[in-house]
Design a protein around this ligand. Structure first.
Ligand code: DGL
Length: 287
């Protein structure tokens, strides 16, 4: 590892597990991971959640594995500094490319969103033909194919990168003819393959669920990782005796790595989340 790849986290932070009173640390390249935070809030209302959106360096979706790993390690270090007891990688791109590295470097549970999404898809499909949409990096990694085949070897996976969807979502164009047109461009080839299940393989996409459902039609079940990821987190917390006392009142604290809030308020409204003051956390940005 050279100097520029050095992980940034407090000395020894990964060595001792944070206590059950610590927050669940959640991160995404930006705001999309709030879809996972919302599912966590709903399932685990006693838990404190500390969410970091790496808005200074979003999007991750077109970047290399090396860069995505480096950014993810740095953000995970910031979550450890908040005494996180578990890290949820609420970003498909970072889950697809950086989870092994995080597990290698940090001595605490790390939960990504790929496996929960893959198992939801395998449970949903009737004809074994599963579509997956995501960022370029997620689709190129073939992480969903791998995870789906590990669970169900006969399933066939049809994957399509959808780089224009994140900007449309960030502009709040949830119900717009341009969005529908672009969705047709991406989804028609998958629909032509006879898929009956479509994995929303990017944490932004659940915000576009209604438009995607409209274009995909009734015969296609949409699955995303958020609820299944929350269930997986619940299981880890119970198995490791890390769950917050049930009567504790949980909350959501959001921090961003850039002072501009971007589409945070659009997501807050769409997800009916309560987000108070937003904190700022500094990261190393490219010169
Ligand atoms: N939220 C990210 C994901 O789930 C997509 C946004 C990005 O490209 O950084 O993959």
């Amino acid at each position: 590892m050279n100097q520029s790849e050095s992980p940034v986290w407090p000395e020894g932070a990964g060595e001792t597990a944070s206590p059950a009173s610590g927050p669940i640390g959640v991160f995404d390249s930006g705001i999309g991971g709030l879809t996972v935070a919302a599912a966590l809030r709903e399932l685990l209302p006693a838990e404190q959640i500390f969410y970091i959106g790496d808005t200074a360096r979003v999007p991750y979706g077109g970047k290399s594995r090396r860069t995505i790993e480096r950014y993810s390690v740095e953000i995970a270090g910031l979550l450890l500094a908040e005494q996180a007891k578990l890290i949820v990688v609420a970003c498909n791109t970072a889950s697809a490319l950086a989870v092994p590295r995080l597990k290698q470097l940090f001595n605490l549970p790390v939960q990504g969103v790929i496996d929960p999404g893959a198992s939801a898809a395998v449970r949903s499909t009737r004809n074994g033909r599963i579509g997956v949409i995501g960022t370029r990096a997620t689709i190129a990694s073939r992480a969903y194919e791998q995870a789906i085949h590990d669970l169900s070897s006969p399933a066939q996976v049809f994957a399509e990168p959808c780089p224009l969807l994140v900007p449309l979502i960030e502009e709040g164009l949830f119900d717009d003819p341009i969005t529908d047109q672009i969705l047709h461009r991406y989804l028609d080839p998958l629909l032509g393959e006879g898929i009956d299940t479509l994995v929303l393989g990017c944490t932004h996409y659940p915000l576009l669920r209604a438009a995607i459902a409209r274009v995909a039609g009734e015969g296609v079940t949409l699955v995303d990782s958020a609820q299944n990821c929350a269930l997986a987190v619940d299981e880890i917390l119970k198995n490791r005796s890390l769950a917050a006392p049930p009567r504790q009142l949980g909350n959501l604290q959001v921090a961003l790595t850039d002072a501009t809030e971007g589409f945070l308020r659009v997501a807050e409204e769409a997800l009916e989340l309560e987000i108070g003051d937003v904190l700022l956390r500094a990261v190393q940005t490219p010169a």
